[in-house]
Write a protein that binds this ligand. Structure first.
Ligand code: DX5
Ligand code: ZN
Length: 225
């Protein structure tokens, strides 16, 4: 059974100079969680922010904070991000040779443990750790930047991920991240996802956060009807 749909706002394309206001707008619009993209300039070409930003956002909201680690050897920083107040830490299998151990550490520290793969990496890489994961993230763009176009071939991967979850870890959430908009989120829901990370589809100069989130909710409701 697919779980209720949750929308997460990625702050990557928000107005960082006025982040507190952006978070309040997202809360007022009924966002379910915030998504923070941590990039180190090695695992991905871009550099964003670190534990200090997570700590800062933690002080600004009670929403769950979903931290997406796009950093090499994430085992070096797990404690720092947990201490900063992350609700969930998601780790790329390509970034560590010790994914199982990373997940064990996260469970021991009492946070939700997420796993993910880049678009080119097959799902089988996650099969053996899925039973101890709380969240499986399917990347629908190559990680590194906001505002990219959804890769259509991802839909089949989401369907296969849903089957894998039903088989190995039914409580696990299925999250999708990258290029989600009101125009394609319904298809992603129909493919079996239950957590939807939206960056430029929520924070953009063309529409208010409230209107953007309302359109996303309508598309999700239509997919469920
Ligand atoms: C991409 C990040 C995404 C990004 C999504 O590397 O992981 O979370 O912020 O932004 P949009 O929705 O604009 O693709
Ligand atoms: Zn992300």
């Amino acid at each position: 059974m697919t779980k209720p749909a949750q929308i997460g706002a990625s702050i990557l394309t928000s107005d960082l100079l006025n982040l507190g206001e952006e978070i309040r707008r997202a809360e007022a619009a009924g966002i379910d969680f915030l998504h923070l993209d941590i990039m180190d300039g090695m695992f991905v070409p871009n550099i964003t922010f670190g534990p200090l930003m997570v700590e800062t956002v933690r002080r600004a909201t009670e929403l769950p904070i979903d931290v997406h680690l796009m950093i090499e050897a994430p085992e070096r920083y797990l404690d720092a991000f947990v201490d900063a107040g992350a609700t969930t830490l998601t780790v790329h299998t390509e970034a560590t040779g010790h994914l199982h151990s990373v997940l064990q550490t996260l469970k021991r520290r009492g946070v939700r443990a997420g796993v993910t793969v880049n678009p080119a990496t097959p799902l089988v890489m996650l099969e053996d750790v899925l039973p101890i994961a709380d969240q499986l993230l399917i990347m629908s763009v190559n990680p590194g930047f906001g505002g990219q176009t959804f890769i259509p071939g991802t839909l089949g991967k989401i369907e296969r991920a849903r089957e894998m979850i039903e088989r190995l870890s039914p409580k696990c959430n299925l999250e999708v991240d990258g290029g989600l908009k009101a125009t394609n989120i319904g298809k992603v829901r129909a493919a079996g996802a239950d957590m939807f990370v939206v960056g430029s589809g929520v924070f953009n100069p063309d529409a208010s956060v409230a209107d953007s989130v309302a359109r996303l909710r309508e598309a999700l409701a239509e997919a469920d009807s």
